[in-house]
Design a protein around this ligand. Structure first.
Ligand code: PHE
Length: 453
């Protein structure tokens, strides 16, 4: 039973367009901003090892499941789940999985855009030479100065949301695809340049050791949860972003091979970012556990002392903005497609409606670095709570349900047909991973984090 459904939103023009878009979604602030600082906060090597294990055993099979469901349903995640559930004779309540994704996307984008706004601000600050010759202390102070000013943060957040809405409003081919075709190749070139610089900074070995030498005494139940949550976050899994991108994918493209490739590129970027950042952190005596400000302090410091640093530094932050931009559009897309399909809105109106709501929610994050910086709950600010709830709970939970649905409830012939691996060992391995390994691993990490196993 081959799938002949078509998406009303359009299709990628080629397999490469999909790879660029999905890699664009995956590679973002998660790789360059978040991975280094959470690795730093959780002790380095052992954390990185757990993260890599999660990518391989949980992330890749769930990514395949998500793309396969998306391409099978060819609609927004909400309607895809509803259609596939009804076709497989399951409860229409499965559409709630799609709704959960829309909700997570709103929460994530609301703070993601604020942090992307910091990157925007840094393009101009680094480019204007403000960091030339600075000390580590001064670089730290400049970061604190930015985040303690709610008006400036709000302005940058507004600009970034505007950029995101601009691309999404233009649609699949002329918006999303155009953007990733230009932005993604550039990102790789610059990251390689930076690693080259780090190689010459003298402390490369120390930085690499921090990232790769596991010290298991540093691993707590919570850091295992953070590592798993990050595997979901960095691969954009568990909220329908990859599902909606899968719904624009041509029928003949291999889901297995493409998923492996995207996950490998994403992991490579995170590790390269770590290798570029930790040698700098080590050689300037910065604190690896410095938290969300880590790259905004370490990188400008390094650029401030390197020949041509003003230009390359600004360029780096431009590319960080690009990486964030190609991820942000995928956070907005699932909700917009639902409004277009089920409420008959134009893409422009749907984008405006969702975008403004997310922008408003972002004000909470803006304030949590200044006026509301005292903890709200469990020692966490509004921003910390959003980040913790989405990355460590909602995305893994979404991923768990996606893999259970694809592994147990979707008809075998549907998954067999869609994956196109033939009824051989590759298909069976995926099925075991999606039906048993991934859901069990997520469940165990959850139970472990709340102290039950
Ligand atoms: N993967 C993106 C990053 O690493 C974030 C993201 C999460 C995007 C979930 C879409 C969906 O920055």
């Amino acid at each position: 039973m081959t799938n002949t459904r078509k998406s009303i939103h359009g299709q990628w023009s080629s397999r490469w367009a999909f790879i660029l878009a999905a890699t664009g979604s995956a590679v973002g602030l998660g790789n360059i901003w978040k991975f280094p600082y959470i690795a730093g906060e959780n002790g380095g090597g052992a954390f990185v090892l757990v993260y890599l294990l999660c990518i391989a055993s949980i992330g890749i099979p769930i990514m395949m499941a998500e793309i396969l469901l998306g391409r099978r349903g060819r609609q927004s995640p909400v309607n895809t789940m509803r259609t596939l559930a009804s076709e497989s004779g399951r409860s229409p309540h499965w559409q709630w999985l799609g709704w959960g994704g829309v909700f997570s996307g709103f929460l994530i984008l609301s703070y993601y855009s604020v942090v992307a706004g910091w990157a925007l601000a840094y393009v101009f600050r680094v480019g204007s030479g403000e960091f030339t010759g600075v000390t580590a202390a001064r670089a730290g102070a400049l970061f604190t100065e930015l985040v303690s000013d709610p008006e400036r943060l709000l302005a940058w957040h507004t600009i970034f949301m505007g950029m995101t809405m601009f691309v999404v409003a233009r649609g699949v081919r002329s918006g999303l695809e155009q953007a990733v075709r230009v932005l993604m190749p550039a990102l790789f070139v610059i990251l390689l340049l930076l690693v080259g610089y780090a190689l010459n900074s003298g402390k490369f070995a120390e930085g690499a050791a921090f990232l790769f030498n596991p010290d298991f005494s540093k691993l707590t139940a919570d850091s295992i949860l953070v590592a798993m949550g990050h595997a979901f976050f960095t691969l954009s899994l568990g909220m329908g972003a990859i599902m909606v991108y899968g719904s624009y994918l041509n029928q003949h493209v291999s889901i297995g091979r493409t998923s492996l490739f995207i996950a490998a590129l994403d992991t490579l970027v995170a590790l390269l970012a770590g290798l570029a950042i930790f040698p700098i952190v080590m050689s300037h005596g910065l604190e690896p556990g410095a938290g969300p400000g880590l790259i905004f302090q370490s990188l400008p410091l390094a650029f401030g002392h390197m020949p041509g640093g003003q230009f390359f530094g600004a360029l780096f932050f431009v590319l960080l903005v690009f990486a964030a931009w190609t991820s942000a559009i995928s956070l907005l897309e699932p909700a917009v497609t639902w409004l277009v399909e089920s409420r008959g809105m134009s893409r422009l109106k749907a984008t405006m409606g969702c975008g403004v709501a997310i922008w408003a929610l972002g004000i909470g994050t803006v304030l949590s670095f200044n006026l509301w910086s005292s903890p709200l709950f469990a020692g966490k600010t509004f921003f910390d709570l959003l980040d913790y709830l989405t990355a460590n709970i909602l995305l893994p939970l979404g991923g768990l349900l996606i893999s259970l649905f694809a592994g147990w409830l979707l008809t075998r012939e549907a998954s067999l047909d869609e994956l196109g691996l033939g009824d051989g060992p590759a298909y069976r391995i995926w099925r075991v991973l999606a039906s048993f390994v991934a859901p069990l691993a997520v469940a165990i990490v959850f139970l472990n984090a709340i102290g039950l196993v």
